[in-house]
Design a protein around this ligand. Structure first.
Ligand SMILES: [Zn+2]
Length: 377
């Protein structure tokens, strides 16, 4: 990358990091979105600003031209996991090797890196590729409100590039587990424990326990599926038949077929509860598909590998257990590469940092990748 100045990058990053854009900081999220967008609109990119909910900031969509089909979708989230006020309490700092601050790694660096990489691209690359850039405001709450919009672009894009931080310097990700979050209340009928056969008591805790045991059968190292009964509560006293129990599940899986199995199991368990006379109050059910690599993804990986080795690094991939926008975008059918931002560690904590030496190589990688994709066209 020509004329790369880490100092200038950090100066711009400092501004972004010092603006709160977490929960309850919609204005700050919008300010971050505008600052990033402006760098592209000044160069002729088209900006669409979508209000997706009043519970988060706006979603910023930028295109180098209007098109019915995009070669590349690039995405980064401008929200952080921290509450409003955190940036004031813990502003951006840096030393020789690292930068610190709220969302410095997750993922304001990735968003800024996207902009910098695009601005460093030769005109002929931008002429050849139709690119759509999305800064979404709600990834840390599961992209609840922006998902539909970004998926609509993923369905008309060949490649999706996601700028979560790399692990190591340039270790990428093509595989993330999917997740089911499920919360349900069991409604039984209270009664004296000594007269259970006569008083019509229905034990809500027993039904919950049955569910936990049945679902645990899917917890399997071989398939990579984990079933975690994270919250299981119920009952009041030993001699009372409990009329209420509460279960919250977190299930993760590598394959969409596993997701479908678990969803079917939940439906079967609901039938079981009904047969036992236990009422159910489903409070939350959300299933996110896994990021599962396709043939197209492996072909993109080959290209990424060649570029990485050409730059003098070893290409590595790492599976991740946490979700990102790559989960739902890849399920739309585009070849998806994640962990394209510079690296660091300890995101979602006060110790979060960005490794300064990894900024330039990662920006360079994106430039080279987009150039190759343009050449291939
Ligand atoms: Zn995060």
């Amino acid at each position: 990358m020509k004329n790369f100045s880490v100092e200038q990058f950090l100066k711009e990053l400092e501004v972004l990091v010092n603006i709160d854009s977490g929960l309850g900081a919609n204005e700050g999220t919008n300010e971050v979105g505008m600052l990033l967008s402006r760098q592209l609109t000044e160069r002729g990119w088209l900006l669409e600003r979508h209000t997706v909910s009043d519970k988060c900031g706006d979603c910023f969509v930028l295109k180098n031209r209007e098109a019915e089909h995009y070669d590349v979708l690039m995405i980064g989230h401008i929200d952080t996991v921290f509450p409003a006020g955190e940036a004031l309490r813990r502003p951006f700092t840096r030393d020789e090797k690292r930068a610190y601050g709220v969302g410095v790694l997750d993922m304001k660096q990735g968003c800024l890196g996207m902009v910098w990489s695009l601005n460093a691209l030769p005109t002929e690359v931008l002429e050849k590729l139709n690119i759509v850039v999305i800064f979404n405001p709600d990834e840390e709450i599961g992209s609840l409100y922006s998902r539909e919009l970004s998926d609509s672009y993923a369905r008309i894009s060949d490649y999706a590039l996601v700028y979560e931080a790399a692990s190591d310097c340039v270790t990428r990700c093509i595989q993330r587990k999917g997740m089911i979050r499920y919360a349900v209340d069991f409604i039984g009928k209270a009664g004296h424990a000594g007269y259970a056969f006569e008083n019509g008591g229905i034990n809500a805790v027993n039904e919950m326990a049955y569910w936990i045991c049945e679902l645990a059968k899917y917890h399997c190292e071989e398939t990579g599926t984990t079933v975690n009964a994270g919250v299981a509560r119920g009952g009041q006293a030993a001699n009372i038949i409990p009329d209420h129990a509460e279960l919250v599940l977190d299930v993760r899986y590598e394959k969409i077929s596993e997701m479908e199995k678990i969803l079917a199991a939940l439906d079967e368990l609901a039938e079981h509860a009904k047969a036992k006379g236990v009422g159910l109050q489903e409070k939350f059910r959300r299933a996110t598909p896994p990021m599962e690599p396709s043939e197209k993804t492996y072909a993109l990986c080959e290209l990424a590998k060649a570029i990485t080795e050409d730059m003098g690094y070893t290409f590595k991939l790492k599976k991740r257990g946490g979700l990102s926008d790559a989960n739902h975008l890849s399920a739309c059918g585009c070849a998806t590469l994640d962990a394209l931002g510079p690296t660091g560690d300890f995101d979602h904590s006060e110790d979060e940092y960005l490794e300064l030496s990894t900024i330039q190589p990662n920006l360079e990688f994106t430039c080279r990748l987009l150039t190759k994709l343009a050449e291939k066209k």
